[in-house]
Structure formats: structure tokens, C-alpha cells
Design a protein around this ligand. Sequence first.
Ligand code: AMP
Length: 402
Amino acid sequence: MKAIVSLNAGSSSIKFALYRLVDDALTFDAGGKIEEIGSRPRLKARNADGEIILERDWPADSAISHAHLLEDLFGWAATQLGDRQIVAIGHRIVHGGVRFAAPRIVDDALLGALETLIPLAPLHQPHNLAAVRALRALAPDLPQIACFDTAFHHDLPALATRLPLPRSFHEEGVRRYGFHGLSYEHIARRLRDIDPLYAGGRVIAAHLGNGASLCAMNGGASVDTTMGFTALDGLMMGTRTGALDPGVILYLQTHQGMSVAEVETLLYKQSGLLGVSGVSSDMRTLHASAAPEAGEAIDLFVRQAARQAASLIPSLGGLDGLVFTAGIGENDPVIRARICDCLAWTGLMLDPDANRRNDPLISTPGSKVAVRVIPTDEEAVIAGHVMTLLKPDGRPDGWIAS
Ligand code: AMP
């Protein structure tokens, strides 16, 4: 029996999922996450019933590499496969640039091209590509498929891709791309299943996790989004600033003598919820904290999210729906209620009980904006793309062993 693996390798975590492929249908078999890579890596995997099937800790060692962890993970997977045979691995690749939108089989040329995009996604792209390289070394016969987070936004209206810089920059690729596309693709698909009428309308999807962004969808297509040239733009995030007056960066470099590398670390790793609170980048920890700075970080997160959601409405010409997804969006009724409160002027009315229960529909019947909670599933989107590339012989079209 054929099986497909989806991998989402980030800087401090690797998410994975294993799917069975039978008659062009995918069934989730197992999945999980290795967390805290770089400090004290630990792994938890669950089967389709949600039962824990593997828990593992590695020693606290910042030197344990992604490659080492992937080798361990695939060693374990090999003992679990039974009659299943992995026929391909799909990867989340954050940046496909202007050239790459459709999922593609990884070869040396593609890897080289994707490496040139590292400066545009320094926090993610190196880890995405390191996982591809590690698995090519481990299993050179196994095809690997790159699925791009920028792809869902590939056909953004031209105006939504433009930055207010001289035109020559745009031609060189300094333009808005948009991210979290695999997540938004899942939301658009789920909306079509749940409520086709709503899916055809004007919807803002809010992916609120460690990384956070908003996507304005009209008829299921991205027409605007808050992340732009890099995944640093837009909403305030766990450790990233989100949109920031560019004058701040000039000031830090000119008058505080900060190097480019220091500014990069500040913007990507030391800011956002972590920087403002001084407590944590994790929303649950902030809710539990009595420190006033933690409360202020939450207030700013809510304000930025509501403000930027409102800023997307002109791109849609109105608002029919709002969808919350990802760690905070799916699980945090307090944040959802506070963002919805700021958007009450749109005619949005939240049902507090449904919101508290994390129900799929959390607005009242009379609300002018239907508000939904839809769990994201980037791994399933990746596996779906891999499946569509597979030929009847189980090898993706155009695949040559590395
Ligand atoms: P993600 O990047 O999608 O895994 O989301 C991570 C964020 O979701 C962190 O800030 C977590 O604190 C937050 N999160 C996860 N579960 C909950 C929950 N039950 N309540 C509030 N926040 C949560």
C-alpha cells in the first residue's frame, strides 16, 4: 500500500503526517511534531484516533540538528509502516518567489533556485530546504515535492503585489508575495465543503498562530493579504514585529549602531508578543501571567489584528465572513471575542456561548458577518498536492533519482 509523508520543517519544530493512498483517496494514518529543536527536542506522534503512539525526548543539546532528528524520525517510521511503502515526501516551502507556484518535484536546479530566496524568508526557507537535503541524503530514491506557501497568493491583483517604491524594485522581485498560503488553501477548500454560498463571498481568514496573517478572499481566491515581501509584515506575531514604521529601522542602524544582523534578530526573534511582554511569545503563557506587560502585549496583538482586518475590507468591498484558524484562532475565545468586538461596526455579532465552546460557527443567526472557526491542516494540503503529482506507477511525473 502506498503512503505519502508531509513535512513542515521550521526553525524550532518539524511537523509531520503520514497518509495512506488508496484509489486516489488519502487517509490520515499518523502525525505529530518535534518541538523545541535547538534546546530540548521532544516528539509526540498520534494515530488517526488521536491516541499517542510515540513520545520521545532527546537530551538538552542545542547541537542536535534537524538532519539528525529527521533520521531518527524516519528510522522510527520504517518500523511502523507494515505493508505501507512511502512513495513520496511533500514539503512546505515558504517562498516560491515569482517563478514557482504549482507544486514541483525537487531537483538540483530547483533547490538552487529556492536557495536564492533565503534572504526573503531567513527564518523559514533555510530549514525547509535543510529538511529536503537531509531526506535526499537519507533516501535518494524517494521523490520529494515542494509545495509553496506563497502559491495561494500567486494571482493576487497586480495592485496588491506592489510596494510604494520606484518601479525598478518591483521588476527585481521587491514586491508583495503573501504567505500562509497552504493554510488559506485549506480554509478555502473547507469553506466550499461547509457552505458554498459563503465560500463564494467576501471572507477574511485570520491565521493566528506563532506566525500570524490575514487573507482577504473573494470567491475563494486571495485578493489581499497582510504579509508582503517577507513573512515579517502585517500582524504582530509571537516574536516578529509585523508591520513597522521603516523609519525605526533607519534609526536603529544610524543612531543606535545596530548591525544588519542585529536588526534582523530583533525583528524576527525578539519582538512581537515576546518583546512587548518581556514574558513569552506564547499566548497561553501570556493569559496566565499577572504581569501588566503581558496584558499590554495581548492588547496590542488584538488591536493590530482588528485594525488590519478592517484595512482589508476595501479590497473586498464589504465583508460576509470571518474565519479564525491556527493555534490562537482555533483555541482562544478571549482573543476571538476581542477582535470581533472591534469589528462590531460591520454588523458582526458573536454568539458568546458558541465562541466559548470553539464551535465551528460562532456568530449569531442575525449577524451580518458569519464568523467561523476552522482548524487548519497544511499537512493535508501538502499530501493532496503530492497525490495529484503522482502517476499511476507511484512516481511523480518527471521524477529522476537524485
Ligand atoms: P501555532 O503556531 O498555530 O501552533 O500556534 C501557536 C500559538 O497558539 C501559541 O501562541 C499558543 O499559545 C497558542 N495556543 C495554542 N493553544 C491555545 C489555547 N488553547 N489557548 C490559547 N492559545 C493557544
